[in-house]
Design a protein around this ligand. Structure first.
Ligand code: PLP
Length: 484
């Protein structure tokens, strides 16, 4: 985490060793201190550029959900608005207008009963959107409790143990008790009964994930919603649902039009997505939408006038780049519904085929098959005791492939899996290369006497996230999959 100066290795130099490219380079370029003097722009560019060459190759990264490619025209537009500040809605009214158009398009895509009545905003990603959506749930619950003359000091939120780390953060940062529905047997996400059973009068909402980070499976939003209807009939407790559609809210509308997971379900109060995942924008944009103004308490919306005009704002950030929002709008125009459908269908086709071929190799068992999110998880067969998923991950890494291996949370901590995320640009050809490499490393793994690696070797792929527990998080928990 780049919050502190990085640790000093004993022999790491405090200066960058620069190869003279232009013969004008300063002799010393400090690594951690602000240089006393500047340098030529070409030199600064080359130094930064060379440092970054040590980063991975995004095309071979099967761990991330985030877009790593944009059309030249989208890149050009992003460069053209690099200086535009999203918050300056008075100075850049057209950027603000474009944001509003995107919100409206998403409201229709997610079947808001009245797209004009839906409210929403862009964010830096699903994590910020989750904070805002969670806050809206909490504030609504507080208002209701106070109106009823009841205490409003012990809110809880119900979610599957498979939630992305942003929801653990929400609960922690905003002091809401997290209640996790554990996994059970072959169910790797929240069940409807499990969710309803954890709800009570202090529940601000249930978070349903459309597209679990762990295995790409959809949580049964309609069933969860029906279980909460039943709960309300029985007890009077009325619990809204928020759908975390970080990935799935940009897959299901195009590929699963008959699946009711969105505002078609009256209980769904709000939805978030990551524009930079299957929204196909480069990192830096997410969206949060509420069914109607009633779902977003007005006292969370601030009105500021110091940039001119009266500007309502609901966001954690103030200044933020506008380029990604523009790129989202570009993609919407460029691809249209049919374009998105084809891109997502291709991802699903590749995922389903790759999963099937991996299953046919022999030593692997699929947990999911890529038919929901274009994402699948697989594990090494139970009877294989001489190599682990962590060995497979490490062997693939030798060929440049980044495939995370990780253990599952409660009650399946016995399970360790590998996960493959298929994104736009990962076609059948790359899938063939991947299969070839997987087959090539197998004989060596099969010749091992025992596994060489276990969960403690998975850290490098874990991207700093860790699995939730049904208790509170503990430092002893194994790493959860990288979800970004
Ligand atoms: C990626 C992801 C998030 C976090 O989204 P960011 O856009 O990376 O902040 C939240 N929930 C789910 C299900 C995700 O997959």
């Amino acid at each position: 985490m780049p919050l502190k100066r990085p640790h000093h290795h004993r022999d790491a130099s405090t200066h960058l060793r620069v190869n003279p490219v232009f013969s004008r380079e300063p002799i010393h370029v400090p690594r951690f201190e602000l240089p006393d003097d500047g340098m030529d722009p070409e030199t600064a560019y080359q130094i930064v550029h060379d440092e970054l060459m040590l980063d991975g190759n995004a095309r071979l990264n099967l761990a991330t959900f985030v877009s790593t490619w944009a059309e030249p025209q989208a890149q050009q537009l992003m460069a053209e608005c690099a200086e535009k500040n999203m918050i300056d809605k008075d100075e850049y009214p057209q950027t603000a207008e474009v944001e509003a158009r995107c919100v409206h398009m998403l409201a229709e895509l997610w079947n808001a009963p009245d797209a004009h009545a839906a409210v929403g905003c862009s964010t830096t990603g699903s994590s910020e959107a989750a904070m805002l959506a969670g806050l809206a749930l909490k504030r609504r619950w507080q208002h209701r409790r106070r109106a009823e003359g009841k205490p409003a000091d012990r809110p809880n939120v119900v979610m599957g143990i498979n939630v992305q780390v942003c929801w653990e953060k929400f609960a922690d940062y905003f002091e809401v008790e997290p209640r996790y529905v554990p996994m059970e047997g072959n169910r790797y996400h929240m069940s409807a009964e499990g969710a309803a059973a954890l709800c009570d009068e202090n529940t601000i909402g249930v978070i349903a994930v459309l597209g679990s980070t762990f295995d790409g499976s959809y949580e049964p939003v309609a069933e969860i919603s029906a279980a909460l209807d039943e709960l309300q009939e029985r007890t009077g407790v009325d619990v809204p649902v928020h759908v975390d559609g970080a990935s799935g809210a940009m897959i299901a509308p195009f590929l699963d039009p008959d699946l009711a997971w969105d505002f078609r379900l009256p209980r769904v109060a709000s939805i978030n997505t990551s524009g930079h995942k299957y929204g196909l924008v480069m990192p830096g944009v997410g969206w949060a939408l509420w069914r109607d103004a009633e779902a977003l308490p007005d006292d969370l919306v601030f009105h500021v006038n110091y940039l001119g005009g009266d500007m309502p704002t609901f966001a954690l950030n103030f200044s933020r780049p506008g380029a990604q929002v523009i790129a989202q709008y570009y993609n919407f125009l460029r691809l249209g519904f049919e374009g998105y459908r084809r891109v997502q269908q291709t991802c699903r086709d590749v995922a389903v085929r790759l999963a099937k071929e991996i299953a046919e190799i022999g030593p692997f068992t699929l947990l999911t098959d890529g038919s929901e999110l274009p994402v699948f998880a697989f594990t090494v067969n139970d009877d294989i005791t001489n190599f682990s998923v962590f060995d497979v991950s490490a062997a693939l890494r030798e060929r440049g492939w980044l495939v995370p291996a990780y253990t599952f949370p409660d009650n399946r901590t016995d399970l360790a899996a590998l996960r493959v995320v298929i994104r736009n640009g990962f076609g059948h050809d790359l899938a063939d290369l991947f299969l070839e490499d997987l087959r090539r490393v197998l004989p060596r793994l099969q010749a091992q006497a025992q596994p060489h690696r276990d969960v403690t070797d998975a850290g490098a792929f874990a991207h700093g996230t860790e699995a939730a527990t049904t208790e509170r998080r503990t430092d002893a928990k194994p790493a959860a999959p990288a979800s970004a």
